[in-house]
Ligand binder design. Structure first.
Ligand code: ATP
Ligand code: MG
Length: 550
């Protein structure tokens, strides 16, 4: 869905690629998007996708989709399938270039033996905890493992027996032999293979040892002849290891890694670990809950992929970390939906209105414009009758001065229908207003002033006899604080009011609303029919910035 007509804004990554092409280093870039299939993609991944696929597209290159499926304990086929669906939804096409790190397990294994034979790797019998304890700190060097000087033959023998399944999980690991005093802790003999007796979604039970991310990533890049390996800043400290491994292995190419700042957004958590907890703890209704920052959640909420791509473009690409205001994302969604979505009328919190001088049983079919921003969207008929609903908020019995909507004695316009005047108020035992008695001016049909007199407000409404009852799910931000990631446990900062379910009255045409296609409920916001059975709508985004009001 990326807009080919919009010129790509340059950034430091594009400058690097352009320079490498100008200098003849590469004819065209080959990039990759390397998700680990241990969860669903989120809006941060959309940024990485736009960067990798965008550069490939704009420089006539190619972007691979490569699953980093090196930890079967956390990875599932469900995630592999969902990630592919999400990438396609965003509008990106990897063509034939779908790869899995697991495709390279045999090569990676051979390369691990290569390191061992050259004295560049050894089997360590220390436990994970001992290894961590001996790793040293930022100020103190690490302590070499007592197994660090094992003979090549013994290392080879043990590694082969690890592969053969002779040892339980955690009994031994293979470590690269680099430098226990290195300033960069990633170079202090990093673990490159571990024993995990777990069924793998793709390789089944063929393997019980698996390469670590660090041992798989750069080598997979090299095997795919990736030119520019673009990843987020947290991998910067891994780059020396990335380069060290490429330098010590018989790889067919030497990719270069470049880092960019992650996308962070206020009130939003972008970490699969925490998102997994939200799903598993049933704090949300699933990975595609519309409150989730996942692509599946945003899609279900009704966010068009083009709005996401636009948002990512506006955020830009930099090396400095920053936090983007959630309101900016909403603004991108709103701006696009304003242009593209059809208008309808729906009343979220209905207040009954009886129009006393309107004949019982009469129905007017009034013409309503589908999208004022798009004349080609045409018009439709909306039924009007003696009893209608208006929004409770649009009435005040004792209004302050600046309240222009309905109140006793006041005349307003009902959109596309008539001028009505409030004559009387009906209350229940508790003194709450439950019904308004109004009159209408038959000469104002279509909502046009019959004699030039003006009204100060135009309200939306729905004919009670024709209304369809719908469940409407109103969403607000999932977390109370703007920086949930900074909390000791973000899950204690959940906003208990992030979902409000109400029963709304909608104009009859909305009964045929298409699942997943956003529409505007006039004066209220953008809503998208949900996949659930019955008539269910998700609020995609309100018409105005909810935060600005507060
Ligand atoms: P998470 O922290 O959510 O688990 P991750 O980096 O571990 O994310 P991966 O599946 O490994 O998840 O990520 C695939 C790619 O997406 C990586 O190249 C990573 O740099 C990038 N990425 C992940 N999160 C963001 C983000 N918030 N902004 C930009 N890029 C991101
Ligand atoms: Mg990761």
């Amino acid at each position: 869905m990326s807009d080919a007509s919009a010129p790509a804004v340059s950034n430091f990554l594009r400058e690097i690629v352009a320079r490498d092409i100008a200098e003849g280093k590469h004819k065209a870039p080959v990039t990759r998007f390397p998700p680990e299939p241990n969860g669903y993609l989120h809006i941060g991944h959309a940024k990485a996708l736009c960067i990798n696929f965008g550069i490939a597209q704009d420089f006539g290159g190619q972007c691979n989709l490569r699953f980093d499926d090196t930890n079967p304990a956390k990875e599932e086929q469900e995630f592999i399938d969902a990630i592919q669906a999400d990438v396609r939804w965003l509008g990106f096409d990897w063509g034939k270039n779908l790869f899995f790190a697991s495709d390279y397990f045999e090569t990676l294994y051979q390369w691990a033996e290569h390191l061992i034979r050259n004295g560049n790797a050894y089997i360590d019998d220390q436990s994970v905890d001992e290894i961590r304890a001996n790793r040293g700190t930022l100020t103190a060097p690490g302590t070499p493992s007592p197994y660090r000087e094992r003979a090549v033959e013994e290392n080879l023998d043990l590694f082969r027996r690890m592969r053969a399944g002779e040892f339980p999980n955690g009994a031994r690991v293979l470590r690269a032999k680099i430098d226990m005093a290195a300033g960069n802790i990633n170079l202090r003999d990093p673990v490159i293979y571990r024993i995990i007796h777990t069924h793998h979604p793709r390789t089944g039970d063929k393997w019980c040892i698996y390469p670590t991310y660090d041992f798989a990533h750069g080598q997979s890049d090299a095997l795919e002849h990736i030119t520019h390996s673009l990843c987020s800043l947290e991998y910067e400290d891994h780059r020396p290891l990335y380069d060290w491994l490429l330098a010590h292995l018989p790889v067919p190419s030497h990719p270069r890694q470049y880092e960019f700042a992650r996308l962070n957004m206020t009130y939003t958590l972008l970490s699969k670990r925490h998102l997994t907890r939200l799903v598993q703890g049933k704090h949300v209704r699933g990975w595609d809950d519309p409150r989730m920052p996942t692509l599946a959640g945003l899609r279900r909420r009704g966010v068009p992929p083009a709005a996401l791509v636009d948002f990512v473009k506006r955020v830009g690409v930099a090396r400095a970390n920053s936090v983007v205001d959630l309101a900016m994302f909403d603004a991108c969604v709103r701006e696009l939906l304003n242009k593209t979505s059809e208008r309808y009328m729906g009343v979220l919190r209905p207040l009954k209105v009886v129009i006393e001088n309107y004949p019982e049983g009469q129905v007017d079919e009034l013409e309503a414009v589908n999208n004022p921003e798009d004349p080609s969207a045409g018009s439709r008929k909306v039924p009007f009758s003696r009893v209608i609903y208006v929004e409770q908020d649009d009435f005040m019995e004792n209004p302050p001065k600046k309240f222009f909507r309905l109140s006793p004695g006041k005349e307003v316009r009902l959109r596309y229908a008539y001028f009505v005047t409030c004559k009387d108020v009906v209350k229940n035992d508790k003194g709450e207003v439950v019904e308004l008695r109004c009159t209408y001016d038959p000469a104002s049909r279509g909502g046009n002033s019959p004699d030039g007199r003006k009204v100060q407000a135009t309200l939306h409404w729905v004919s009670a006899a024709h209304a369809k009852t719908a469940e409407v799910r109103l969403y607000s931000q999932l977390f109370n604080r703007p920086d949930p990631a900074a909390a000791e446990d973000p899950l204690t900062e959940l906003n208990p009011a992030s979902l409000e379910v109400i029963e709304a009255k909608l104009e009859p045409a909305l009964e045929n609303a298409v699942v997943g296609k956003p529409v505007q409920f006039e004066r209220l916001g953008y809503f998208t029919r949900d996949q659930d059975a019955g008539l269910v709508f998700n609020r995609t985004v309100g018409l105005r910035d909810a935060f600005a009001k507060a």
